[in-house]
Design a protein around this ligand. Structure first.
Ligand SMILES: [Zn+2]
Ligand SMILES: [Zn+2]
Length: 134
């Protein structure tokens, strides 16, 4: 199954020849600023299965620390994904076209969610990092 993603203006597109895994939504204040929304929603993929189809030259990078950051369209501002340990390794689910056949597995950092956010019921949630990350 190939998964395709595109930014808001359509200048940048990518393909993943494989599945996504570990879909998470993070409610921390950094993710709120990063995406201008209540939470980030992202998933991981195998880096060798990823390719940019169009517009790679229009990508801008904002480094959040030395080896990680986000990559976004310099035309429309859509955040397509990000770099972890120096490698592009996660994508935002919001830029994926169609059904990526994955659902949000857990909500993390709900302890620092915005006061105005109302969480859905019956979700798997953690106050901060889930136990396997600590
Ligand atoms: Zn764009
Ligand atoms: Zn976060």
């Amino acid at each position: 199954m190939a998964i395709n993603g595109k930014c808001f203006c359509g200048s940048i597109s990518y393909q993943i020849d494989g599945c996504l895994r570990n879909a998470e939504s993070c409610h921390c204040s950094r993710c709120r600023k990063m995406l201008g929304s209540q939470a980030s929603v992202f998933a991981l993929f195998e880096p060798d299965k990823f390719s940019w189809l169009e517009g790679e030259d229009l990508l801008s990078t904002y480094n959040t620390d030395e080896n990680s950051g986000i990559q976004f369209c310099s035309v429309c501002g859509s955040t397509l994904g990000g770099i972890y340990q120096g490698q592009f390794s996660w994508v935002t689910l919001g830029c994926i076209e169609g059904d990526p056949e994955i659902k949000i597995g857990k909500h993390i950092f709900v302890g620092s969610k915005a006061k105005w956010e109302v969480l859905p019921e019956n979700i798997v949630q953690y106050e901060a990092w889930p136990p396997e990350n600590t």
